[in-house]
Design a protein around this ligand. Structure first.
Ligand code: SF4
Length: 318
């Protein structure tokens, strides 16, 4: 939704105060955003806790701050239920992606058919990138799985998976490596990130191989571990799998298992716990992107199932 629509709806419903969550990348713009809200007659509370996606709804904290609604800026609703009204406010990054394409086109030369994917803040760039590539002799494919064509989340890459058999490589339009890496880990096709901010194309192959190698090593360390910690967040949109079921299965294999619950994971929180390995049930990207941060072997619970080490007929969230 655009901010003007949000304000209109809030006023219609008599909501007066909004709790605003946003990704770190746009934090500096938030005081101006709050000013705009206040001018429109809505009091704004800016949340300084990190917000990682639409999975991360701080409705409890918003209630403590006596807010009437949550405003999630720059994220798209993907169905996390909330007891408080949540408005998802559009935030698109403005830049010309063709500058980056011009500069780095040589990296795309080996590929004839390119699968185009992106994240919500860059969806408006799909069209100019597609047109530019087609004008330069490429065939471009994309599919829709979230709200917009080609859009993926860090943990939902179906927009790419749907077309993977028909493309020679993927090109992820955006900034940084986060979204492209998510798809790279799920496909055998080459994955290239068109990084508009750095004006570069990053090939994700090396990063992907390294993550896969460390994950395989960590998986065998979990199998050998005597004491295992299960890491469970109480953020509703980041509660994946069934930790209590997995606890029982691991105990049957003779392991001592502890359930650790938290709001957000950090290195100091894990210090001194004296376990041999950790299994995460939170955001699946913690166990890929943050692998190097933790001193103990660390995997996502899905690795145990993919490997066949644990057999679970149907997994429910918590
Ligand atoms: S990747 Fe992680 S932070 Fe992003 S939407 Fe999925 S669970 Fe949330």
């Amino acid at each position: 939704m655009q901010l003007s629509e949000v304000v209109k709806d809030m006023k219609k419903r008599g909501y007066r105060r909004a709790f605003v969550q946003y990704p770190e990348g746009i934090k500096r713009r938030m005081p101006a955003f709050a000013e705009e809200l206040e001018k429109a007659g809505i009091e704004a509370v800016l949340c300084l806790e990190y917000t990682y996606g639409a999975c991360d709804l701080r409705e409890y904290e918003a209630g403590l701050m006596k807010c009437d609604a949550l405003l999630h800026v720059g994220h798209e609703d993907f169905g996390v239920k909330a007891k408080m009204p949540v408005y998802y406010v559009d935030w698109f990054i403005e830049a010309d992606p063709t500058i980056c394409l011009e500069k780095n086109f040589a990296q795309l030369k080996p590929y004839k058919t390119i699968g185009l994917v992106t994240s919500v803040q860059f969806v408006h760039m799909m069209k100019p990138v597609r047109e530019w590539l087609e004008a330069h002799g490429k065939r471009v494919m994309s599919s829709r799985h979230q709200q917009y064509e080609g859009q993926m989340l860090g943990c939902r890459v179906q927009a790419g998976k749907k077309i993977e058999d028909d493309v020679d490589c993927f090109l992820c339009v955006g900034a940084g490596k986060f979204y492209g890496l998510g798809l790279a880990l799920e496909t055998d096709k080459p994955m290239l990130n068109l990084d508009i901010e750095m004006n570069k194309i990053h090939d994700m192959e090396d990063v992907k191989r390294r993550i896969m190698k460390v994950t395989a090593w960590n998986l065998s360390a979990v199998k050998d571990a005597k004491k295992v910690g299960l890491l469970v967040t109480w953020k509703r949109g980041q509660m994946f799998g069934s930790p209590y079921v997995i606890k029982k299965l691991l105990e049957k294999k003779g392991k001592q298992v502890f359930v650790f619950a938290f709001d957000e994971l950090s290195i100091p929180k894990l210090e001194g716990l004296k376990v041999d390995a950790m299994i995460s049930f939170g955001c699946p990207r913690i166990s890929t992107d943050d692998l190097d941060k933790y001193k103990v072997p660390f995997i996502n619970f899905t690795e145990l199932i993919k490997d066949g080490y644990l057999k679970i007929p149907a997994l429910k969230n918590i």
